[in-house]
Design a protein around this ligand. Sequence first.
Ligand code: GAR
Length: 213
Amino acid sequence: MLISGRGSNLQALIDAFGPQVPGSPVRIVLVLSNRADARGLERAARAGLRTAVIDHKSFSTRDDFDSAMDREIRAAGAEFVALAGFMRLLTARFVTSWQDRMINIHPALLPAFPGLDTHKRALQAGVRFHGATVHFVRHETDIGPIIAQAAVPVLPGDDEQTLAARVLEAEHRLYPFALRLVAEGKVRVEEERVTIAAANFASSAVLNPAGPV
Ligand code: GAR
């Protein structure tokens, strides 16, 4: 799991798949941060997980930074990478070497609002629904085959903070939901689109795993 800050999505993943969960389809072997002050590191340590910090500022190129991360990730025995609020752009080389084995959560209904300030831009655009997306990582920022999305309404009177809080709550349900699908081998990428193979899989669960709005 790669983080840069608060780590609330990491916490949702720890709650779903951490060492305390018997029979978990996911084993978290490393929580890696590019910032030593990331609050998520404390969450990981509290859960008894291995942590590491690789400060991007100590590398002169993105390639060197990504190579150092890659070595750390592989040394931990990881087979899969989940970005959980990891706020660095990744090089094509790194992304390609984890092709279809690296996922990200983004706080918008992609392909709408890639990049930063998604909640502010959603309010400015006047959309009626906003939300979050879990997708496989490709070289372009916040683009890649979509695994699952959670929609939340934009309510009259919302500001950036209230909307962000509603989306974040949905993220915390969405990310474990999506990672479980992948870990259980139910997700296939074909021609840059994801198909989900699951018995009795209700399409409404994909549209809104966060529950009715
Ligand atoms: C989350 O809202 C996540 O979707 C977003 O950063 C936040 C991290 O919060 N990620 C991105 O914007 C990536 N493009 P957290 O550290 O509490 O999980």
